[in-house]
Design a protein around this ligand. Structure first.
Ligand SMILES: C[S@@+](CC[C@H](N)C(=O)[O-])C[C@H]1O[C@@H](n2cnc3c(N)ncnc32)[C@H](O)[C@@H]1O
Length: 259
């Protein structure tokens, strides 16, 4: 197990620590279509012990909680864990516990969980392969892995443009992966029966920028860059630069099993 280099983890802690409250109400996190769909895809069972990695404000943990025996919700940002714990109290949810854990070095024994999920977070992780290997390690034989993340296009130049665009909003963004790389990590971790679905997610530019408290001059530059983007970027992000600017991110929903 490799610990995440502290610089990447600290960037997330700074960025999410300062904006923790925004994630409790963020529409794409609290109500995004991938939330209900990943719960359906992993088919949770009442006796299961579940782990939610990078829970942020706890939305995925809360969606799973009614369907399983327990959820351990983890993150590296203490402000996020506080917001999530308060959210559980508000909702009267009693089977979710909150704990600090780095996705690269999970503080759990092998075969502890029946289900491991992680939603819209691995693009912050320094080493996604280690994260998937760690998820596989803590899964019991027969356990289920589910991950949702914003995808990169397979074309590296377009992927780099999109990562740079996102990183200027969120300094802790590292890299989105294309489907081929996710499937390779899942296979390398020894997980089987991998399946993938994709979903478009409309990102309204103003709330997207506000969630991370982006300064006005950076917002203006991001909009200008979107307006000047090349054909490949436009085909991937489908920007609408009308009165309410927006673009589309594509989420990948992956499931696999531990043999
Ligand atoms: C966009 S939020 C996740 C959203 C959440 N899973 C949901 O479904 O609403 C990203 C989270 O990843 C966490 N994070 C970043 N790097 C991490 C790491 N190495 N290990 C665990 N969590 C990490 C951040 O602190 C942040 O709370």
């Amino acid at each position: 197990m490799n610990a995440s280099p502290s610089s990447a983890r600290e960037a997330s802690q700074r960025q999410f620590g300062a904006n923790a409250a925004n994630y409790a109400t963020s529409e794409v996190h609290a109500k995004g279509a991938s939330l209900g769909r990943i719960v359906e895809l992993v088919a949770p069972q009442p006796h299961w012990r579940a782990l939610d990695i990078a829970t942020a404000a706890g939305h995925t943990a809360f969606a799973l909680a009614p369907h399983v025996a327990s959820v351990t919700a983890t993150d590296v940002t203490s402000e996020m864990l506080d917001v999530a714990a308060a959210g559980a109290v508000e909702r009267g949810i009693e089977n979710v516990t909150f704990e600090y854990a780095d996705a690269h070095d999970l503080p759990f024994d092998a075969a502890t969980f029946d289900l491991v999920v992680c939603r819209i977070a691995p693009h912050h992780f320094e080493d996604p392969a280690t994260f998937v290997a760690e998820a596989a390690r803590v899964l019991a034989p027969g356990g289920t892995f589910g991950v949702v993340d914003n995808l990169a296009p397979e074309d590296p130049a377009t992927a780099t443009w999109c990562d740079d665009f996102e990183r200027r909003r969120d300094l802790s963004h590292l890299r989105c992966l294309p489907i081929s790389e996710w499937l390779a990590h899942i296979e390398a971790a020894g997980l089987v029966d991998a399946a993938v679905e994709t979903m478009g997610k409309l990102m309204k530019f103003v709330p997207w920028a506000e969630n991370m408290s982006v300064p006005d001059e950076v917002r203006a530059q991001l909009l200008a860059d979107l307006a000047g983007a090349n054909e490949q970027v436009v085909a991937w992000l489908r920007p609408d630069l009308g009165d309410e600017p927006s673009f589309v991110l594509t989420e990948g929903l992956f499931t696999a099993c531990k043999p």
